[in-house]
Design a protein around this ligand. Structure first.
Ligand SMILES: Nc1nc2[nH]cnc2c(=O)[nH]1
Ligand SMILES: [Zn+2]
Length: 438
């Protein structure tokens, strides 16, 4: 690290030091050297830090936040399908299984065309960064070449990401399916390619689509690949009642037990949705250290159901937020926070003594919760010394905003307004591993 790489961001800083805990550093500071956070503090300790850094001969870049701005950790999208981006906003006349058959497989099979792949994947990565997603956990598609194009886009724009080549040996679509041999061989090829890029921000993730697109033997082989290469795993679980019934009929087991039998439940597994999990399944998932990606917009657009996040957390399951594009129409984790609040309020109408989530809870899910869910909380998720600097400068007083701000807000009010009324216009700067990417 050269001495000239020191940045100090000075102003109002908000993050979650631990699960569901929020901290405001009023007139605080964060020191970033290279990609790492090396100090954080309040106004009382600032001068001491500055003197120390100056005495070390560092060239210091200072960024002073305005009163209308806050510094927050970057957002983590724990579940997004990059190739489905062209279908965002389409197909919500269907529910999950018909939607997959009518819209989704028909789009994903077109990614044999690598020009389409490059155009769409560049757009998705740029768009999600623009909305403040510093880390994304992507489903790519069945094709190895196109999945590598997604890795290219992620590297080009400097996002942190897990990227998975999708595996599926059973499908309603004749030209969007693979044999088990192809699936395993291409998964290894894909992993080798990503590893050979030697980019510390990008890792491959093992991606069986869902229980209905594979058999236990195939999923078990994928579990072995994950174990042998120390990789994360992502899939879908318990999203829709018809799907849950078919899984039970086909395997004679609960959904979580199907994955457990396939060795897919590890402490590096992220399961999307998880709406209809029984207590027993949740105990199993918590014991295995697997996590749930809560995708509230998708759950309502596809009419899958309302996921009770508080229940997941009470069982000790790690939870993050996912956009699930294009099951959900928006690439914005800010929008996912709002949807998570809406879902929780809707649940409170039919449950006695149920306190719905509040804006600070969904802020936790969008930041540290997401990092925990993806097993990246040793690197990102909040402003802890030693972690990498993934952060957003949010400004609620920009030109042409969705809503105008008339009165001066406190830092916590700025966060609250951003959660309820913000969008990409309010995300004025984005940093990934210390690098300014917006
Ligand atoms: N939301 C969603 N659920 C799925 N289950 C299996 N595949 C998918 C998918 O692409 N999106
Ligand atoms: Zn999904």
């Amino acid at each position: 690290m050269t001495k000239s790489e020191v940045k100090i961001i000075i102003g109002n800083i908000i993050h979650c030091p631990q699960k569901l805990k929020i901290e405001l550093l009023e007139n605080g500071f964060v020191v970033v050297q290279g990609k790492q956070i090396t100090a954080i503090g309040d106004s009382a300790t600032f001068q001491h830090q500055l003197t120390l850094l100056q005495a070390q001969g560092n060239q210091i870049e200072t960024i002073h936040l305005k009163q209308s701005q806050i510094l927050i950790p970057g957002f983590v999208d724990t579940h997004i399908h990059a190739p489905q981006y062209p279908n965002a906003g389409l197909g919500y006349d269907k529910t999950l299984l018909d939607w997959l058959n009518c819209y989704t497989f028909n789009l994903e099979r077109r990614y044999r065309d690598l020009n389409l792949a490059e155009n769409v994947f560049d757009a998705v990565v740029k768009k999600t960064i623009n909305h403040g997603t510093t880390t994304a956990c992507y489903f790519a598609c069945l094709f190895t070449e196109a999945s590598i194009v997604l890795v290219d886009s992620v590297i080009k724009y400097g996002q942190r990401a897990l990227v998975g080549k999708v595996n599926m040996t059973k499908s309603s679509c004749r030209d969007y399916v693979e044999t088990e041999e192809e699936s395993l061989e291409n998964t290894i090829k894909f992993i080798d390619n990503v590893v050979s890029r030697n980019n510390p921000l990008v890792q491959p993730i093992i991606t069986p689509r869902f229980a209905l697109s594979a058999d236990i033997e195939h999923m078990t082989e994928l579990g072995y690949i994950a174990k042998n290469n120390n990789l994360s795993i992502q899939t879908h679980i318990s999203e829709n009642l018809d799907e849950v019934r078919l899984v039970k009929e086909e395997f004679g087991l609960s959904y979580a037990n199907v994955y457990d039998k396939s060795n897919l439940l590890t402490d590096k597994t992220v399961l999307a949705h998880g709406i209809y999990l029984s207590d027993e399944e949740l105990r199993l998932i918590a014991a295995k250290g697997s996590s749930i990606s809560h995708c509230p917009e998708s759950n309502t657009c596809l009419k899958s159901g309302l996921c009770d996040v508080k229940r997941l957390l009470e069982f000790g399951v790690k939870v993050g937020l996912g956009t699930d594009v294009s099951g959900g129409p928006s690439p914005s984790i800010c929008k996912a926070m709002r949807s998570a609040l809406d879902t929780s309020v809707c649940l409170s109408f039919s449950k006695e003594n149920y306190e719905p989530l509040i804006y600070t809870d969904v802020f936790y899910l969008a930041t540290l919760g997401g990092a925990e869910a993806l097993n990246l909380d040793d690197k990102v998720g909040n402003f802890t010394v030693g972690k990498e600097f993934d952060a957003l400068i949010v400004d609620m007083n920009v030109e042409n905003p969705q809503i105008d701000c008339f009165l001066e807000c406190t830092p916590m009010e700025i966060l609250q307004k951003f959660v309820y009324c913000g969008d990409d216009r309010n995300v004025v700067s984005v940093f990934v591993a210390g690098k300014n990417v917006k």
